[in-house]
Design a protein around this ligand. Structure first.
Ligand SMILES: [Cu+2]
Length: 305
C-alpha cells in the first residue's frame, strides 16, 4: 500500500519529465554544486513549455518578457551566484529528476552581463549573446531527425564552456532546448532556465557580437522554429536566433556531417569535421547514447503534438 501510494505520487509529480522539462541544477567541472534552484533562478512554469500557440495553462509566449528566465524569474534576489573562470565546464541539469530530453531539436546557451554588476537584481533586459549551440550529430536519416539525430537528444543537461573573452563580471547564463516535434504547426516548445554566474579573469576587452534582446531573438515566423521533423529533410538548415559569438561553440552541424564541436561564427551545411574540440561535451557520450537506446521507443510514444 505504502509503495503503491509512493509510486502513484511519484507518477503524479513526474508524469512526463522526459517529455517536458526545465533545468534546476548547476554542474561545474563535472560536479553538481549546491542544491536544485540554488544557482538557477527558480521559476513558476514547472516543466511546461513556452509556446506561441496553444500555450499551456499558466505559461506564456516567447514574446513575453518572461521568455528571459522563465515565468516569474525576473529577479534573482533569492538565487545564489556561482563563481567560475574562463574554461570551466558548466552545465544546467534537468529538474524534477528528468532523465533526458526526449524531444527532437536544437539546444542553445545565451549569456547576458548584468550592467549594474549585480546579477541578482538584473531583469535580463540588456544584451544577450549566444555562446553555444548544438544541432545535428547523426547525418543522413530523415527518420532520426525525429529523435537522436539531434546532438542533445537524451541528454539530461545542457553544457557549455565559459568563454575566455567576454570579460569579468556577473552574468545570466540561459540554457534552452527547443522541441521541434510540433513546430510544423507553429507549436515549437521552448524549455529554458537561467543560472547566475560570476566570471573572474579572462581578457574580455572586445565588444561581444552579435547581441539580441529577449524577447525578440525569435519570431513566430522564423523558419528555424517552424521546421518540420516529419518530412524528408535530413538537415536543419536554419539556426534559431543569432550566430554564436567569436569563440563560441557549435556542436554538430546543420546536416550532422560533424559530430564534434566547431568554434565560432556562422555554421555552414558543408562544415568540415571538427578538429577543434573544446571539451564542452564532457558528459560521457557513450553513456548518454546507451541511455537513449533504451529511451527511444518509449520516448517516441510520448510525443505530444
Ligand atoms: Cu514536452
Amino acid at each position: 500500500m505504502k509503495s503503491a501510494t509512493f509510486a502513484f505520487l511519484a507518477a503524479a509529480i513526474t508524469p512526463s519529465t522526459t517529455a517536458h522539462y526545465t533545468f534546476s541544477g548547476l554542474i561545474v567541472n563535472d560536479e553538481m554544486v549546491g542544491k536544485d534552484w540554488q544557482y538557477v533562478r527558480q521559476h513558476q512554469n514547472s516543466y511546461m513549455p513556452t509556446k506561441w500557440k496553444n500555450i499551456p495553462s499558466g505559461s506564456h509566449s516567447p514574446d513575453d518578457t518572461d521568455f528571459r528566465c522563465n515565468k516569474g524569474a525576473s529577479s534573482g534576489a533569492s538565487t545564489s551566484v556561482y563563481t567560475v573562470k574562463p574554461g570551466d565546464k558548466v552545465a544546467l541539469k534537468q529538474a524534477f529528476g528528468g532523465t533526458g530530453m526526449a524531444h527532437p531539436g536544437p539546444a542553445q546557451v545565451y549569456m547576458s552581463k548584468a550592467p549594474s554588476g549585480d546579477v541578482k537584481s538584473y531583469a535580463g533586459d540588456g544584451d544577450w549573446f549566444k555562446i553555444a549551440q548544438s544541432l545535428i550529430c547523426t547525418p543522413g536519416s530523415a527518420e532520426s531527425l525525429k529523435t537522436n539525430a539531434w546532438c542533445s537528444y537524451g541528454d539530461d543537461s545542457i553544457a557549455f564552456t565559459v568563454p575566455s573573452d567576454i570579460g569579468a563580471g556577473e552574468y545570466l547564463a540561459r540554457v534552452e532546448h527547443i522541441g521541434l516535434h510540433g513546430a510544423h504547426g507553429g507549436e515549437a516548445e521552448f524549455y529554458y532556465a537561467c543560472a547566475q554566474l560570476k566570471i573572474e579573469g579572462g581578457s574580455g576587452n572586445s565588444t561581444v557580437t552579435p547581441t539580441v534582446k529577449i524577447p525578440g531573438m525569435y519570431k513566430s515566423t522564423d523558419p528555424a522554429v517552424n521546421f518540420s521533423v516529419w518530412g524528408k529533410s535530413t538537415c536543419y538548415d536554419e539556426i534559431p536566433g543569432p550566430n554564436v559569438i567569436s569563440g563560441g561553440v557549435t556542436e554538430g552541424s546543420a546536416c550532422g556531417t560533424s559530430s564534434g564541436s566547431t568554434t565560432g561564427g556562422a555554421i555552414s551545411k558543408a562544415a568540415a569535421p571538427a578538429t577543434d574540440y573544446l571539451g564542452t561535451e564532457y558528459l560521457k557520450r557513450s553513456v548518454v547514447r546507451r541511455h537513449v537506446g533504451g529511451l527511444t521507443s518509449r520516448a517516441a510514444k510520448r510525443y505530444h503534438v
